[in-house]
Design a protein around this ligand. Structure first.
Ligand SMILES: NC(=O)c1ccc[n+]([C@@H]2O[C@H](COP(=O)([O-])OP(=O)(O)OC[C@H]3O[C@@H](n4cnc5c(N)ncnc54)[C@H](OP(=O)(O)O)[C@@H]3O)[C@@H](O)[C@H]2O)c1
Length: 345
């Protein structure tokens, strides 16, 4: 089978190779599923792992990426015919970061996984596989942001990075879970896209610069209940007492300002007491551990017409470098999808 692999640490163009003759995994063990992948989606966390973790801590010929969509190609003997898995069923899901550190990824034609360990759900009718591939990683992170914020009917929500993979999901999920007003931050070229996802107001951060001061000015009279930040803007958090209710919460998953700076800021934001200059607003930062129950919730939203994956572009398997260039540009609109193979052989 074909798969993209890397054996050294570094950026995608430097370390990735398209291997044409890797052994196809399987047949599946008694409790395993063999999945034929048709599409994979790229995630920023994966190239960070690719470029940071040195060789002794992961196997040679590691395969990158976590998200996938495809079909069940084989079932282990202990997985009864009454199970929710059927050969040929269309599924989407994701591997865990632990899998990727162990060398397993989804830029490949087949994966063989323990049925109880993989995050997986059936693709709802009407949803294309290329869309479903972009659901899990960002969708579950966005769902977790909204759940941890404790969103209630009628809340006013601000989403930073509303045009990205996580942001496009966060806008729609906040709306699906009862937000009354959703305000999204993006650049001018993405205003129409973000509006189409259900935001009430869009703020162009390039025109209204610096955006934290602009928001403090515009929203101090009608402050937000929740901020969902997928970019990781420290200035936005520091200014939050001016535009976020005292009872409100600022939830951040982003690290666009750099990993070390993010770690420093998260420590400050979580631990520095108000009396020593800490920002007087609740702050949350977390890493997402995906699960199948959350994937089912996303599938349900999609079935009800409340959630779609925004796909920036679908790249061919051979064009993975161009796809990573787009991801690294930090300008992608929604998800970047890699078509691994056709649905039918
Ligand atoms: N903790 C977790 O569990 C978790 C899970 C998923 C993602 N993440 C992190 O969340 C971050 C976002 O991930 P993603 O997949 O959504 O990234 P992404 O899709 O690559 O984000 C690209 C988007 O970011 C927007 N953007 C760039 N700079 C911006 C700025 N200064 N203000 C507002 N928008 C800006 C761009 O819009 P414009 O072109 O309009 O600027 C573009 O649409 C990453 O740091 C990722 O590692 C964390």
């Amino acid at each position: 089978m074909r798969a993209w692999t890397f054996s050294q640490r570094g950026m995608p163009r430097k370390v990735l190779t398209l291997s044409a003759n890797l052994p196809t995994p399987g047949p599946p063990g008694p409790s395993q599923l063999l999945i034929r992948i048709t599409h994979a989606a790229l995630n920023p966390a994966c190239y960070m792992v690719m470029s940071i973790i040195p060789w002794p801590f992961r196997p040679k010929n590691s395969i990158p990426e976590l998200d996938f969509a495809g079909t069940i190609a084989g079932l282990g003997s202990a997985i009864g015919s009454s199970s929710r898995f059927k050969v040929g069923a269309k599924v989407f899901g994701c591997l865990s970061m632990k899998d990727m550190l162990a060398g397993k990824g989804t830029l490949t034609e087949y994966i063989c996984v323990e049925a109880t360990e993989i995050v997986i759900a059936a693709v709802p009718d009407g949803l294309e596989l290329e869309q479903a591939a972009g659901f899990c990683g960002c969708g579950i992170s966005a769902l977790r942001m909204v759940q941890r914020a404790g969103i209630k009917d009628g809340d006013r929500v601000l989403v930073n990075g509303a045009s990205g993979g996580a942001g496009t999901m966060a806008v729609q999920i906040a709306r699906a879970m009862g937000a009354r007003v959703v305000v999204g931050i993006c650049s001018g070229r993405n205003v129409e896209l973000v509006r189409s996802l259900g935001v009430d107001e869009v703020i162009d951060y390039q025109v209204n610069h610096p955006v934290d001061k602009y928001i403090a000015q515009q929203y101090s009279d009608h402050p937000f209940d929740i901020v969902l930040d997928t970019i990781g803007s420290q200035d936005l958090f520091v200014s939050s007492p001016k535009y976020l209710k005292e009872s409100g919460v600022f939830v951040n998953i982003g690290s666009y300002e750099g990993s070390l700076w993010t770690i420093w800021c998260v420590m400050q934001n979580k631990m520095r007491p108000r009396i020593l200059g800490g920002v007087p607003r609740r702050y949350d930062f977390f890493g997402t551990t995906p699960d199948s129950a959350s994937a089912e919730i996303l599938a349900g939203f999609a079935r009800d017409g409340k959630l779609r994956a925004v796909v920036d572009r679908v790249f061919k398997m051979e064009d993975v470098f161009e796809a990573y260039d787009l991801l690294l540009s930090k300008r992608a609109r929604g998800k970047i999808i890699i078509k691994i193979q056709d649905l039918d052989n």
